[in-house]
Ligand binder design. Sequence first.
Ligand code: AR6
Length: 203
Amino acid sequence: MADFYKLDLGEGSTLVFLEGDITRQDTDAVVNAANSTLMGGGGVDGAIHRAGGPAILEECKKIVAAQGHLPPGEAVSTTGGRLTAAFVIHTVGPIWRGGMQGEPALLANAYRNSLRLADRLGLHNLAFPAISTGVYGYPIAQAAQTAIEVAIDTLVGSRNVREVRFVLFDRTTLDTFLEAARSIAERRRADWRLDHVTQPQQT
Ligand code: AR6
């Protein structure tokens, strides 16, 4: 993590934003933007299953056998398999249908339930992709707004989670999240500042 942005929320809680690949994060958990079948797919979902190996799918099959398909907004956890992250938290974002079909509430639930699950697991940090903004078509600026607001509000009530990391796949998505973070910080607290942190690459 050589180049990232940090929003210090006080009392040891931070939001981190960076351009990168979610499968390469060293957080305790990474969040998968899955679909309700939990059987894998493209985008983040495909990348996580490929990098983490078959142990993840094996656990997903057991979860579906026990409780059926995962509804949008809910979250479950499996092993991280071969990933550095010990856990994968699978959640399902809403498919964008114009914004009047409850999409914002479902996206908020996906972030909130993933974070609460990480907290129940006793984890200190977790990494999110921009849920729903790929195949599911959610406009990135609106998704960023919801993701950041929910992360701030849920972090405040967390016992264990101290860092929420947003791992954005391209510069445009990162810039959109940074813009949303700046405007939320300005609106909420005069002393919240988004810092750009650059560190020398470790060899
Ligand atoms: N690391 C970080 N972000 C990524 C990565 C990666 N390795 N790969 C893609 N992204 P998507 P969704 C970005 O489509 O919209 C799957 O087939 C991507 O650029 O992965 O929630 C599931 O099985 C975009 O900004 O998830 C579902 O059927 C964001 O991650 C469906 O797609 C989310 O894109 C879920 O669609």
